[in-house]
Ligand binder design. Structure first.
Ligand code: SAM
Length: 327
């Protein structure tokens, strides 16, 4: 798929549910308004749309949420997409998860063909973890990560660097990832959830990186994950460390992704627009050709870059909070 600006798009982030069993401060309110169930696509509708996108050129699908592993029967969708992997119509199926239910699912995910998972983990201190996630249990997440690695999946850890994040927490994550054999990616807080008022990077990762360089040897690498992160190798651990910097350094020029919310809205840019409804046409019986035409028209309008830093977006109520968009 080629968008209106000539960018090659082959990656779909599919949010399977808005609900989550954690309440991360930077993502959602303490008592969020979750969507009525009939607004959320069924797993069959998700598989149908995913296959339509594959037919148009999507090669990689990442399941996200909310928390994908709290969706009832989510394995049926994963096993269906696993068949597409086996047949070669999909090259990669991955997931971003908070890890709390991974211990239960890891073997089945691996059996369905999943080779990699990203696990969000912002601190290895259980009290800090519980405060950030408003009640998450660190031990469950660590057990989940161990189970995923035990099932043969590569685990990448994602950590959001928030206003006030202590650098010692990041040092500890780097050292732990080194011992466990996981890569780590640091993410700048985007102006959403509790931080929707931010008008500049709350904590630019440039500053964090300079601080880390006092203690770690960060060697340049050409490695690219296919996403927005820019990586270095930590010489002391041999693991990669990535930086996702949507605010301090945008990476929209090479954006290769689409997002489908759990309500069936196709969102072309995380920080831009309200998206295009696919659920209505799908439920009204639109043909595959009609759906493809709607998708291509939306793709032609894909924005050149996000609007996180413009007053209009900052002042507008968020159309799609992160837990509906899936990050
Ligand atoms: N529940 C899963 C998880 O915790 O990974 C998947 C959904 S979560 C919305 C996906 C990603 O978005 C996570 O890595 C999370 O840290 C990130 N995220 C959520 N809100 C964010 C924000 N305001 N700024 C930066 N990243 C954010």
């Amino acid at each position: 798929m080629i968008d209106g600006l000539g960018r090659h798009v082959d990656y779909l982030r599919l949010s399977v549910i808005d609900r989550c069993n954690m309440r991360c401060q930077y993502c959602m309110a303490e008592n969020p308004d979750f969507l009525p169930k009939d607004e959320v696509l069924s797993l069959e509708e998700m598989a149908q749309l995913a296959r339509l996108f594959m037919g148009m050129g999507v090669r990689k699908i990442r399941l996200t949420g909310g928390e994908p592993l709290v969706r009832r029967d989510v394995m049926t969708l994963i096993e269906t997409l696993g068949e597409d992997l086996a047949q070669g119509s999909l090259s990669e199926l991955t997931m971003t998860t908070n890890g709390s239910r991974l211990a239960h699912f890891a073997d089945r995910l691996a059996a369905a063909g999943m080779r990699r998972v990203n696990v969000s983990l912002d601190s290895l201190d259980s009290a800090t973890f519980s405060r950030i996630t408003r009640g998450g249990q660190l031990e469950q997440v660590l057990d989940g990560i161990a189970a995923a690695a035990g099932a043969g999946m590569a685990v990448k850890i994602n950590s959001v660097v928030m206003p006030g994040t202590e650098i010692a927490h990041i040092d500890r994550l780097i050292a732990w990832c080194g011992r466990q054999g996981h890569d780590l990616t640091l993410i700048e807080t985007m102006p959403l959830g509790q931080y929707s008022h931010l008008s500049h990077p709350a904590q630019s990762l440039d500053d964090v990186r300079r601080d880390l360089e006092q203690r770690w040897t960060l060697a340049a690498t050409d490695y690219r994950s296919g996403g927005p992160a820019r990586f270095v190798t930590v010489a002391e651990t041999g693991r990669r460390l990535g930086f996702i910097t949507p605010l301090s350094h945008t990476f929209c020029d090479s954006c290769n992704r689409l997002r489908l919310t759990c309500t069936g809205r196709l969102v072309l840019c995380l920080g831009h627009e309200t998206g295009t409804d696919l659920r209505g046409p799908l439920r009204d019986g639109a043909s595959p050709d009609e759906l493809r035409a709607i998708i291509q028209a939306a793709l032609n309008r894909k924005a050149a870059g996000h609007d996180f830093l413009t007053p209009a977006l900052r002042e507008a109520p968020q159309n799609h909070p992160m837990y509906q968009l899936g990050g």
